[in-house]
Design a binder for this molecule. Structure first.
Ligand code: KIV
Length: 305
């Protein structure tokens, strides 16, 4: 009898469109490894994003810019394995890293294909508006759905002059709306709106037939996305205004690891319950010359019993 879990019906891009039409909110969470994927899926997330935010929260960089395509493929494949092991239902979208789609549509198609073929992603996400319409079309022509990303686009941190709210002025707000329409017309199945005023997100959401997924964009978006480490409260460093900590796992981890360290120091761990025993194991004499060597008659050293 197989021990594999029964696979559940996967969330598709068509299901996400249906959710917009019926007003059911879409919950998106990032994950970067198999364990997180399994937990996030089991908790009911509709979409798992293998975000290039992994450059900051996993790799410790201060931006997403150093993340490579190989690394995105690696993490996406790990997440896919976690989902497969759990019979996961969440849709899996992987970020296209900085440098993988800006140089040419050909390069972009090749990168997107690697994320799908090797990384197991079902769609890809890229940052930018009207200037990427051709790239979006080309990736779509290869059969790969594309999610857009507008507003604060972290890969353009230097152009934006920092991680600052976008679309507060009328002209910039108009451009974000135009870009959203352009991405929809190009065939994107959804668009992330990051750090824009809630009033603007409301207008964009009302004007698009595809779902908007907000992060720091207020309550009117069709769905929300948060970085897993942020929502779990794993990090005590700077917490942006839009992040709500739904747990305090940083404190829980410190407590658990602290407990382990104390017990190791106090020699109370491992106790009997966490040790292996064998009444037949005998010590091998320490200094035996080759000539005198005899096989010990009882016990096996090295195998757990
Ligand atoms: O990389 C990422 O995690 C993202 C989300 C914050 C939208 O792009």
């Amino acid at each position: 009898m197989s021990s594999q879990p029964t696979p559940r019906k996967r969330v598709t891009i068509h299901e996400l469109r249906r959710m917009k039409e019926t007003g059911e909110r879409i919950a998106v969470v990032t994950a970067y490894d198999a364990t997180a994927a399994r937990l996030v899926d089991a908790a009911g997330a509709d979409v798992i994003l293998v975000g290039d935010s992994l450059g900051m929260v996993v790799q410790g960089h201060d931006s997403t810019l150093p993340v490579t395509l190989d690394q995105m493929v690696y993490h996406s494949a790990a997440v896919r394995r976690g989902l497969a092991r759990a019979g996961g239902r969440a849709h899996l979208v992987a970020d296209m890293n900085f440098g993988s789609y800006q140089t040419s549509a050909d390069e972009a198609v090749k990168a997107a294909m690697r994320l799908v073929a090797e990384g197991g992603a079902e769609s890809v996400k890229l940052e930018g508006g009207h200037e990427y319409v051709e790239v979006v079309r080309r990736i779509l022509r290869a059969g790969i759905p594309v999610m857009g990303h507008l507003g604060l686009t972290p890969q353009s941190v230097h152009k934006m002059g920092g991680y600052v709210v976008q679309g507060k002025e009328a002209e910039q707000a108009q451009q974000i709306l135009r870009d959203a329409r352009a991405l929809e017309a190009a065939g994107c199945y959804a668009v992330v709106l990051e750090c824009i005023p809630a009033e603007l997100a409301r207008i964009v959401t009302a004007q698009l037939r595809i779902p908007t997924i907000g992060i720091g964009a207020g309550v009117h978006c069709d769905g929300q996305v948060l970085v897993l480490n942020d929502l779990l409260g794993l990090d005590d460093a700077f917490v942006p205004k839009f992040v709500k900590r739904f747990g305090e796992l940083g404190k829980a981890v410190a407590g658990a690891v602290g407990g382990y360290v104390s017990e190791v120091k106090a020699r109370t761990f491992p106790d009997d319950a966490h040790s292996f025993h064998s009444s037949t194991v005998r010590l091998v004499p320490a200094a035996v010359s080759d000539d005198d060597h005899e096989e010990p008659s009882g016990g096996v050293m090295g195998a757990p019993v």
